[in-house]
Design a protein around this ligand. Sequence first.
Ligand code: FMN
Length: 316
Amino acid sequence: MIDKLKNKVIIAPMAGVTDRAFREVAELFGAGLVFTEMISAKGLYYGDKKTKSLFDKGNLKIPLCAQIFGHEPDIISKVAGYAVSCGASCLDINSGCPAPKITKSSDGAALMKNPLLFEEVLYSAVKNANCPVSVKIRAGWNRESVNAVQLAKIAEKCGVCMITVHGRTAADYYKGKADWSIIKDVVSSVNIPVVGNGDIFNAQNAKEMLEQTGCAAVMLGRATLGNPWLIRDTVLLLDENKLPKPPSVEEKIKLALFHISLIIKYKGEYIGVRQARKHALWYIKGLKESARVKNLISKANSYEEIEKHLTCLNEF
Ligand SMILES: Cc1cc2nc3c(=O)[nH]c(=O)nc-3n(C[C@H](O)[C@H](O)[C@H](O)COP(=O)(O)O)c2cc1C
């Protein structure tokens, strides 16, 4: 799977962020592989329409990996095939989400506390997906139980095609620094591709992670919010050792508006505008005078309103 990608730059699954519009922008900026937001296996099983819509591959030409979360092997086995029927090239099992609303139901990172169940879930997915299955883990549940290497070996045994490791524990949430040495430990313990994740803030960081850990590809997360240029920069640095100029204010605003128009196109104006507000704020983060329009954008009710507030930043 990973050897067929056009480059080593993968965009992280991010709930509330990596929807169809975001994935299309990521493709435009050269991503090799994109993920859906995490999707509830139970929601799929019960035929929830909103849950199903998260899979929408649209016109994407690069491969899409559909990520599901759940802990019941029988439910996983019943929904695993849905990913490929929606055009996804890969099914990913979320074993890293630390959010209490997920882990209290034994899903996400809670699976790391139960290697036997982790194994059963992965077996069910691999057996029924009709496409390659990957898994995304953290270093462990907490600092006292760092078990990424043990889980990676289990995943390999189950026939998983790739493992993403975020170098924090679930208890760390997003605090502190991601520990890339755990990614290196996993790389040297299994014979399947390992994707490194955590704290890549610029293209140089991506290069360093590849060099320091030996991972097969890097996964970019938070640093791409309002900054898809990071994808372009990383691809160029890794492939051609070049680093292009950062975008101008005008380019940022133009892309923000394009991105927002895609969100509205796919979700309609009412929901789209509400979801687009945070993206608009990410695009203008750090720009001169952005503080002045922040509140206005947070209350905007139409595309035109957001456009008006964003374009006034062009003047500074
Ligand atoms: C808003 C947000 C939503 C996320 N949603 C998911 C998710 O749905 N599935 C998942 O496996 N990880 C999710 N993550 C974690 C990221 O995929 C990634 O592992 C994490 O942000 C660390 O990478 P980074 O330091 O490059 O951001 C999310 C992170 C953020 C910030």
